[in-house]
Ligand binder design. Structure first.
Ligand SMILES: *Cc1c(COP(=O)(O)O)cnc(C)c1O
Length: 236
């Protein structure tokens, strides 16, 4: 590890903060995985973090991610990079997502899950998915309604190329009780799922206290997003 590298300092600080939150919450040390949210960041910034040892990266916009994945693939690092898709999914994007990502955190309807299952190449093994839940029950946001989550999980568990690993939520800013609501929803399932994807730069200690296993952190790691995030038109 190159400790004179500014990017490594930010990563080390964040890892320490995650460890501190694990300790405070009485959680097992190392039980929370850090996903570096690299949307709006350049391939060079990602490469700098890779050089510091970070392997798990998360992207929200497919076109932007594909360009950077291609650049980063040339680094051929070992162990390899792990790519997590965390953005809203339009049905015309599922094929590429199934082909190029290892995990998807934003499955919120069966049609998308079915397409990912059909389009997942056999050679890539199972696609790990989180079911996104709208814990605030707001009309405008993505995520399945809490009362419909159990049925969606069961339907997704019948799809052989998907492995449903857990639940994901993006509570409204400042609404940290959304984390406890997601954990409670999971605990009430007949068979609770092993993982919870929750917590971002501003609220990850609260998410860890509520049981998060995967925190998704961008700005606290990279600083402000530099690249203008492209928005493709809605197609359905
Ligand atoms: C952008 C984003 C993040 C990271 O947000 P930061 O505040 O930069 O840490 C996490 N999760 C999702 C779904 C995002 O879109």
């Amino acid at each position: 590890m190159n400790s004179s590298n500014r990017d490594c300092d930010a990563l080390e600080r964040l890892r320490s903060a995650i460890q501190a939150a694990e300790r405070t919450a009485g959680r097992m040390p190392g039980c929370v995985s850090l996903l570096a949210v690299s949307k709006g960041q350049s391939a060079e910034s990602i490469a700098a973090l890779v050089a510091c040892g970070q392997r798990r990266f998360a992207e929200s916009y497919l076109q932007e991610a594909l360009v950077k994945q291609e650049v980063l693939a040339k680094m051929a690092v070992n162990p390899p990079l792990e790519w997590h898709f965390i953005g809203p999914i339009q049905s015309n994007k599922t094929r590429k997502i199934a082909e190029t990502f290892d995990w998807v955190h934003s499955v919120d309807r069966l049609k998308i899950a079915e397409r990912l299952n059909e389009q997942r190449p056999e050679s890539r093994g199972v696609l790990r998915v989180f079911i996104e839940v709208n814990v605030d029950n707001s009309v405008s946001k993505s995520g399945v309604a809490p009362e419909a989550a159990a049925a969606l999980i069961a339907a997704c568990q019948a799809l052989p190329r998907l492995c449903v690993v857990g639940l994901m939520a993006i509570p409204a800013p400042g609404q940290v009780d959304g984390f406890a609501r997601l954990a409670a929803l999971n605990a009430q399932l007949l068979a609770p799922l092993p993982m919870l994807s929750m917590g971002m730069s501003a609220d990850f200690p609260a998410a860890i206290a509520a049981g998060s296993t995967h925190v998704r952190i961008g700005t606290a790691l990279f600083g402000a997003r530099r690249v203008q995030v492209p928005r493709s038109p809605q197609t359905h």
